[in-house]
Structures are given as C-alpha cells and as structure tokens.
Design a protein around this ligand. Structure first.
Ligand SMILES: Cc1cc2nc3c(=O)[nH]c(=O)nc-3n(C[C@H](O)[C@H](O)[C@H](O)COP(=O)(O)O)c2cc1C
Length: 183
C-alpha cells in the first residue's frame, strides 16, 4: 500500500504534525507492507492554480506550471491512500493544502487518478466545539470524495489552543494511533 501523507500546517512540529505522525505510526504498526511518503507542504513551492485550463484542453492531465507539484503529481496519482492533515484556518483548510488541492484539478481528466483511493482527514483547531470549522471541512471532504469516487475512511479533529496542545492530549493521540492501525 502506498500512502501519501500531506502536512498542511506551516508549523513543522506543531499540533497537526503530531497528530499526523501518530496516525502514521498506527498504520506502520499494523501494516508491514506499506510505503509512506510524508510531505511538508510548507517547504514546497506550489503556486496557485491559474485556471488556464491547459490541463483540460491542450496538455490533458498535465499542469503547465513548473514547480514542486510536478514531483507531487505522481505521488498523488500512485497513492492508494492520501492523508490530508490541516489546521483549521478561517473555517477552512490551510492555504498550503488548498493550493495543493486546487492544483490536483489538473488530474481531473486522467481516468482513475482519484477513484478508489482511501482518504483520511485530520484536523486541529483552536476554538472548542461547537465550532463549525471542522464540520464544514468534513462536509467538503465528504463531497469531494463522493464526487471523485474516493473512500473517506477516517475523519478526526482535535481542539488545541483553548483546550490543550495535542502533545498533552493523550486521548487524541491514542485515538488517531488506533485509527491508523485500522486502515
Ligand atoms: C491564520 C490562522 C487562522 C485560524 N483560523 C481558525 C479557525 O477558523 N478556527 C479555529 O478553530 N482555529 C483557527 N486557528 C487556530 C488553529 O487552527 C490551531 O491553533 C491549530 O491547532 C494550529 O495547528 P498547528 O499547531 O499545526 O499550527 C487559526 C490559526 C491561524 C494561524
């Protein structure tokens, strides 16, 4: 199984990173035959989609913007599972993750570039529930997965700032570890 793990937080060692790592540890513990590629999106050069539509009209399936997405496209395409880990920013995903997702528009005409993948969504957020941010992102991912015939296997969110840092949240760390083991 090939897993592409995307860290959407700009903080390399923040809450979202920790949550992602626990989930990956769970996957590794339970699956011997797994290849995980973990990408820290913040350090990648990913321009915003320019909506030039070349990927749909001329280059079909290929984005003409020459940046780090060119190395990420094959990783996404070949992945059996994609893990999206993001802090909630303004009731949505981080800009780093959104840029990646928008650029995946280029793969839209390639058959099976999305279909059949397992998807996991991990979120951290500052405001305690009821906080509509995580729910809105979950709804968006459910729609995306439905549209692209992907299987949203796990969704997990945890409050950090107003509650406690993920590093001290034993329950959250155990929860995601066990979720990872059940991939
Ligand atoms: C630009 C920005 C926007 C944010 N917007 C929200 C928000 O809309 N809702 C929320 O609950 N927390 C919000 N937060 C708090 C973060 O989601 C929270 O601190 C998160 O755990 C940070 O993850 P990290 O430790 O990986 O950086 C925001 C933080 C930043 C920096």
């Amino acid at each position: 199984m090939k897993v592409l793990a995307l860290l959407g937080s700009p903080r390399r060692n923040g809450n979202t990173s920790l949550l992602l790592d626990q989930y990956l540890k769970g996957i590794t513990a339970a699956n011997k035959d797994v290849k995980i590629t973990r990408i820290f999106l913040q350090e990648k050069k990913i321009q915003n989609c320019s909506a030039c539509e070349a990927c749909r009209k001329t280059t079909i399936g290929k984005c003409t913007i020459k940046d780090d997405m060119q190395e990420l496209y094959p990783l996404f395409w070949k992945a059996d599972m994609v893990i999206y880990a993001t802090p909630v920013y303004w009731w949505g995903v981080s800009a780093q993750l959104k840029a990646f997702m928008d650029r995946c528009y280029a793969l839209g005409l390639i058959e099976d570039s999305f279909a059949g993948k397992k998807v996991t969504l991990l979120m951290t957020y500052g405001g305690e529930l009821p906080n509509k941010g995580p729910g809105l992102i979950k709804t968006a991912f459910a729609e995306i997965c439905d549209y692209k015939n992907m299987d949203l296997v796990h969704v997990y969110g945890v409050c950090t700032d107003d509650y406690m840092p993920a590093a001290e949240n034993t329950k959250a760390l155990n929860d995601v570890y066990e979720m990872g083991m059940n991939v």
